[in-house]
Design a protein around this ligand. Structure first.
Ligand SMILES: [Zn+2]
Length: 263
């Protein structure tokens, strides 16, 4: 499921391929992915316009148009972008196809159709309306904000990290990685974390997300010491080589090392 590093990788991809090109046609192949906008409204909002720049907040990608409107994309469980010219390069589950006058296309592919697309006037207002917390990599998230947000929660630290209203951008995979690197058990309640653990967690949060972005969010390229590379029922801890444990937290499967992440 695309989390902050994946969406940041999509943002960079879109910026490198699709800016400053005139939009010739818009095809909405699965209208159910649209949120609070109709098919004609989206077509009208994009046709003849140009993408000018990109922004990201948590797992949301915003593409600013020359009309100053903002195309917002969320990638659900399976979403990604593809820029291509020839039909044989077309991805298999495209839901939105934007065609430029240079004969290239940008496809939004989402097999499970859990992603969402909308067009808004103001991205900051959108973030407020969604009640999203600060982006996990933004300068708005300083240590004190982070600490305050976590120590008032009784939920397990993994659930807190995945709560987009607390911090935007972290999901199931990266919360496991962050907690593993910080050597914190995923089930410890947020309010029970001490200052030392919180400081470690805060530093590791940034380090893990940036490392993932540096490797285009491709786990196969992550350092060997990352648990993400070893997820799965036969996975072993990259530090102590013991069998990883799994548990359910907030309906998601968490992997951790009971030896390195003691409760
Ligand atoms: Zn271990």
């Amino acid at each position: 499921m695309p989390e902050l590093p994946d969406v940041e990788t999509f943002r960079r991809y879109l910026s490198a391929t699709s800016l400053h090109k005139k939009i010739k046609a818009v095809n909405i192949l699965s209208p159910e992915i649209l949120e609070q906008i109709s098919v004609p409204q989206l077509k009208e909002g994009l046709k003849g316009k140009y993408f000018e720049t990109t922004l990201r907040h948590g797992k949301y990608l915003c593409v600013l148009l020359d009309s100053s409107k903002c195309l917002v994309m969320h990638f659900g469980m399976t979403g990604f972008l593809k820029y291509f010219m020839k039909a044989e390069k077309e991805p298999p589950h495209e839901r939105l196809l934007i065609s430029f006058t240079n004969r290239y296309h940008l496809a939004y592919d989402c097999q499970r159709k859990l992603g969402k697309i909308t067009l808004v006037d103001d991205f900051n207002q959108f973030i407020q309306d969604k009640n999203l917390g600060p982006d996990a990599l933004s300068s708005d998230l300083d240590f004190n904000t982070f600490k305050e947000a976590i120590i008032q929660r009784r939920a397990s630290i993994k659930a807190v990290l995945m709560n987009q209203k607390v911090i935007a951008g972290v999901g199931n995979i990266y919360s496991d990685e962050i907690l593993f690197q910080a050597q914190i058990h995923p089930k410890i309640p947020g309010e029970q974390l001490g200052d030392k653990q919180l400081r470690r967690l805060f530093l590791v949060l940034e380090k893990v997300l940036e490392t993932a972005i540096d490797h285009q969010a491709n786990p196969e390229k992550f350092p060997q010491s990352y648990i993400t590379r070893h997820r799965g029922s036969k996975g072993k801890c990259p530090k102590c080589k013991r069998q990883l444990k799994k548990t359910k937290i907030s309906g998601r499967t968490a992997y951790y090392c009971a030896n390195c992440q003691k409760i």
